[in-house]
Ligand binder design. Structure first.
Ligand code: FES
Length: 369
């Protein structure tokens, strides 16, 4: 049986010792899971290792950890796949949540608190029907992807926005919010969306880093659900927000469409005051002045690198403007997004996807909203 070394991050906040790595050698068949390895160590070598698990079948979500730096389920990853050439596997607790002991994190203070924030239950209107609610199949298919969440916290663990802003409602809770915003039995869609748009840590706080999409072991794609919330808020309910999230998104789309490059200065100004008329509006002068420290930080960090880039409109254009037009045309033709669980990954993407909107085939499956 092959030999492996598990390098486990140990920490007990109740002791005075700082976190440290402890190495354990063990023999195990390569197809056994990392969770099996930890259980074996706990039972046979060191009973003090703290970790959580239950189903051992990637269903309960309780064994979430980071293996080799990536959030995942310990029961869903085989030691043979995780070990490097020397047979070593590193296991550490999830990020963005305080450690209770070793591999156990405090999900109550972060994950579950945020989950409660989005009112995770249906808010129907009127008297309940005499018999069951009949929900259109398309609507249920639309929310199937979010229903697949097993609350393991992997997406929370790797969320970069939450790392910068711990108050961000976060990928798991916002994906849960879409589960109700997409459900026709719920009667508070507008109120929910307005609430999540008004919150400075809500739907417009996501930075599109895709980490949650990579981390999710159930393909919930939390970031996609956040984008669906945004689209519903803007397109269906014409919701604006006091944090300029909507205008920032619109400014971004417009600037890239015109230039293909990121004119940071223009995006910033248009986010607060789109168009000349709004820029001359006295009510927008103060918000524009307030952007100056952000601009200076951009210069200092190297994001805005040269003087011309600070003058709105002077930023250079990409040479191939036709390519940008093609991309936008393609995006518009695919405005009605397809739910991964309906089309399946294999059906997505043709050889010329991204270059020819006309050639894209119509899917024969139900479209999500
Ligand atoms: Fe239940 Fe891993 S033990 S998901």
């Amino acid at each position: 049986m092959p030999n492996y070394t598990l390098k486990i991050r140990r920490y007990d906040p109740e002791s005075d010792d700082p976190p440290y790595w402890q190495r354990y050698d063990l023999e195990l068949a390569p197809e056994r899971s990392v969770l099996d390895a930890i259980v074996k160590l706990k039972e046979e070598v060191d009973g003090t290792i703290g970790f959580r698990h239950s189903c051992r079948g990637a269903i309960c979500g309780s064994c979430g950890v980071k293996i080799n730096g990536k959030p995942c389920l310990a029961c869903n990853n085989q030691v043979g796949d995780c070990a490097d050439d020397s047979g070593e596997i590193t296991v550490e607790p999830q990020g963005n949540m305080p450690v209770i002991k070793d591999l156990i994190v405090d999900m109550d203070s972060v994950h579950w608190k945020k989950m409660k924030r989005v009112t995770p239950w249906l808010l129907p209107e009127g008297d309940p029907p005499e018999r069951e609610y009949i929900v259109p199949i398309e609507s249920m298919l639309d929310i199937t992807q979010t229903v697949a969440c097993i609350q393991c916290g992997s997406c929370v663990s790797d969320c970069l926005a939450m790392e910068v802003d711990p108050e961000f409602i976060g990928p798991a809770a916002l994906a849960k919010a879409y589960r109700f915003v997409g459900d026709p039995r719920d009667a508070a869609h507008r109120e929910r969306l307005q609430d999540l748009a008004d919150d400075p840590h809500g739907i417009f706080d996501c930075t599109h880093c895709f980490m949650c999409v990579d981390a999710c072991p159930k393909d919930v794609a939390p970031m996609d659900q956040i984008m669906r919330l945004r689209r519903k808020a803007i397109k269906e309910f014409d919701i604006t927000d006091p944090n300029h999230g909507r205008s920032h998104e619109e400014a971004f789309v417009e600037v890239i469409e015109k230039k293909g490059t990121l004119d940071e200065s223009k995006i910033m100004q248009d986010s607060f005051a789109p168009g000349i008329k709004e820029k001359l509006n006295p009510k927008n002068i103060l918000p524009l002045i307030r952007t100056l420290p952000t601009m200076f930080r951009g210069i200092k960090s190297g994001k805005m690198r040269s003087l011309p880039k600070l003058i709105p409109g002077v930023h250079h254009k990409l040479e191939d403007q036709q390519a940008i037009k093609r991309i936008y045309k393609h995006a518009e033709a695919h405005g009605e997004e397809l739910n991964l669980y309906i089309v399946g990954e294999g059906n997505e993407g043709t050889e010329d996807e991204g270059t020819s909107a006309e050639s894209a085939e119509e899917p024969e499956v139900v479209k999500s909203k």
